[in-house]
Ligand binder design. Structure first.
Ligand code: NOJ
Length: 708
């Protein structure tokens, strides 16, 4: 449709019909409930009104959605099609590593591929929009949803956010095989106070702008046509009624002209928050704040029309919001082609070989080797004991894999047996060590302890107050360690757990995150040396929960402590634990050993419109080929406001053959050095900077340059 036709359509619609377009219901209203989250509801839906509602949440499957769309086309008075949206977060049927695991790959291009493959399956199943990427920066492992994001770094998060959008949307959201992205949760949901889900966010504006917003902005700039407002407050105002956030920041500053949809029930929750007097007030506030679609509350449905009849201003805002929804439908090509997918496409894509291969590869790229005292890779001739319930569990795909089928998930025990049938493996798939397990472990060369947390223990509303490895798994580890010290701790987790005991006693630790449907095959390939680990820590591993929130790019203090070896009185440190992470951001081992030359700069001054190039030579000193994650960090030594002690600004992951070297260069330009200064201007300040290039955020080969 042309813009004129869309406006003509709008003009033909009644006020009630316009409001109906601004509402999202889940499938329960259509006789099939798949997943209900959040508070219950008792809307007063008029007979057949569900068929006039603008969009549907959480339903999928070609035949099912076709039937639904036929209903909309027939019963909506103007034959306006619905949009089918769902949480397809890291795979639809074939599940890939959780976003935090993808973050550990430090490979946004890979994520783009995964999002592309996800879109093929989701689109085959009739979906138009996914509620992804989740761009929420998280520095607190207590927050259950940190596994839905790609970690603690603003720059890296932004790269993943844009890659995900580009992957989903491919060569156009109107085409079969692509889906539209909905950027969430706007904004700063990951900064929930004390890591408690749904709690308020207390951030200074500068931290919000410099650290938390870049990832959403990158996703918006990559072309995402929807943004979801978050449950939390910003400046003590719920995001879904926060005019400053949605109109000033999102629309004006970031230039977003698409649809803003609330999170589930978030508009009505503003009443519970005590930020709106009642549902009518919530509806008017949300609309004035710039919220177009009310997901799963009856604020817009039941309380907007009466108010709008009395208010020209509200009627105009309704026109604007409804038009945005119609424009989105148009961009999705739904007026011409309301139905996506087919039975044939579902059959062609679900669990196809290409997606299986991708799932295995992605797990290989994301698994992170945290410790290796010569145990890995394990010889295929070894006798291996595998212990722990997680060894045979299918709960290793992530809690958002809502369309996945458990019987397709390859467990670790299945993977090892199918991929390495010649190897002698004894599986004890339970968490309480008994005599049989212990005598089995004793008789083996190596014990693989599958420990961590099942995937339903992380995700939405799964915050915890203590991120230490659970007592049952500590006990399991200690029991097997008592009879055999060659223990590989194979971690499955949706967060960086506090594992100081494992760090001390394990011979090796490999974090598989949640690797997805076929990912365990890739994990086995790493363990047996058919692949070389290259995943890195995307979110700092604390020694103790008390260190949280933490991030490598901490701000400088007036009383710093460098190289903590014990408590320093009247300095910024704890009496009982160091300031740094157990495993810091960017850290990860390989079966190769990489060394770095000193950093060389092409010049020691950077002109405002110029560039300087920082170069290192990276050498693979090992005997195996491997990929090394080369990371560029920069520090603004003095600023008009306190600056982070270093920030990631670039990366590359070259494949380096054993014994060979590669030269890696990064260009540094003024725009990479910008931040919100004392006057809240986004600028780079002239002065001294330091630059490091290395294999983790602790790398120490810094050199200086000046911006003039
Ligand atoms: C609530 C979650 O916060 C959000 O991430 C999700 O997309 C919606 N529910 C829809 O399921």
């Amino acid at each position: 449709m042309t813009d004129v036709q869309l406006k003509e359509l709008l003009a033909e619609m009644s006020l009630g019909e316009k409001i109906e377009q601004m509402i999202q219901f889940h499938g329960g209203f259509y006789g099939d409930v798949k997943l209900i989250t959040g508070p219950g509801h008792d809307y007063s839906v008029k007979p057949d009104q569900q068929w006039r509602i603008g969009t549907v949440l959480g339903e999928a499957g070609y035949e099912h959605l076709k039937k639904l769309q036929d209903g909309f086309m027939e019963k909506q008075p103007h034959h306006i099609p619905s949009i089918f949206m769902a949480d397809v977060i890291h795979g639809y049927k074939t599940i890939y590593p959780v976003p935090l695991g993808q973050g550990a790959s430090f490979d946004p291009e890979l994520t783009k591929e995964l999002a592309g493959a996800t879109a093929k399956e989701a689109s085959a199943a009739g979906l138009h929009v996914t509620f992804s990427p989740m761009c929420d920066l998280s520095r607190d492992a207590r927050w259950g949803r940190c596994m839905e994001g790609t970690g603690e770094d603003p720059w890296l998060n932004a790269r993943f956010a844009e890659a995900t959008v580009l992957g989903y949307q491919g060569d156009g959201i109107e085409k079969q095989g692509n889906i539209a992205a909905c950027v969430k949760h706007f904004a700063a949901y990951g900064a929930a106070t004390a890591g408690k889900d749904y709690s308020g966010v207390e951030l200074c504006e500068r931290t919000l702008l410099d650290d938390y917003l870049p990832s959403y902005e990158a996703a918006v700039k990559a072309g995402a046509p929807l943004v979801m407002s978050a449950f939390n407050t910003i400046n003590r105002i719920p995001c879904s009624t926060n005019k400053w956030l949605m109109r000033k920041i999102l629309r004006e500053k970031m230039g977003f002209d698409g649809v803003v949809i609330s999170d589930y029930g978030a508009v009505q929750e503003t009443v519970v928050h005590s930020a709106s007097y009642d549902k009518a007030d919530a509806a008017a506030k949300a609309l004035r704040a710039g919220l177009d679609i009310d997901m799963m509350s009856d604020c817009y449905l039941s309380y907007l029309e009466e108010q709008a009849k009395e208010s020209e201003e509200l009627r105009q805002l309704i026109d604007e919001s409804c038009l945005r929804v119609l424009e989105l439908k148009n961009k999705l090509g739904l007026f011409d082609n309301p139905i996506r997918g087919s039975k044939e496409l579902e059959e062609a894509y679900f669990y196809c070989d290409a997606h299986k291969e991708l799932s295995v590869r992605a797990a290989r790229e994301s698994a992170t080797l945290l410790k290796n005292d010569g145990l890995l890779p394990i010889s295929k001739n070894s006798k291996i004991a595998v212990v722990g319930k997680l060894a045979t569990s299918t709960n290793i795909v992530g809690s958002w894999a809502i369309f996945a089928e458990a019987d397709k998930t390859v467990t670790f025990a299945d993977a090892i047996k199918s991929r390495y049938p010649e190897t002698e493996v004894f599986v004890y798939p339970y968490d309480e060590a008994d005599e049989k397990m212990l005598s089995g472990c004793k008789a083996c060369d190596v014990v693989i302890a599958c420990i961590g947390e099942e995937d339903f223990k992380t995700g939405e509303s799964k915050s915890i107050s203590d991120v230490t490895l659970c007592p049952e798994h500590q006990a399991l580890f200690n029991a097997v360690y008592g009879v055999n010290q060659n223990v590989l701790s194979l971690l499955y987790a949706g967060r960086p757990l506090a594992i100081p005991m494992l760090a001390e006693k394990s011979k090796a630790i490999l974090d598989a995150w949640y690797p997805g449907t076929f990912g365990n095959i890739g994990i086995c390939e790493l363990i047996f040396g058919d692949a070389n680990p290259c995943g890195r820590v995307p979110m700092s591993f604390p020694h103790t929960t008390g260190q949280l929130p933490m991030h490598y790019s901490a701000f400088t203090t007036g009383r710093p402590v460098e190289n903590w070896t014990g408590y320093v009185p009247f300095a910024s440190n704890y009496m009982d634990v160091t300031n740094v992470a157990l495993y810091p951001f960017g850290f990860g081992l390989s079966y190769s050993e990489f060394t770095y030359s000193p950093v060389e700069l092409s010049a020691d001054t950077l002109q405002k419109d110029g560039k300087i190039t920082a170069t290192v030579t990276v050498t693979n000193k090992g005997t195996r080929d491997g990929k090394e994650l080369v990371q560029l960090y920069i520090r603004d030594v003095k600023g008009s406001v306190i600056r982070p002690c270093r920030e990631l600004k670039g990366l590359t992951k070259p494949f380096i053959k054993a014994g060979e070297s590669v030269t890696v260069s990064f260009d540094i330009t003024e725009d990479m050095l910008r931040f919100h200064n004392e006057d809240m201007e986004f600028v780079a300040e002239p002065g001294e900077f330091m630059v490091w290039i290395g294999g983790s955020s602790l790398t120490q080969n810094g050199v200086n340059f000046r911006l003039i």
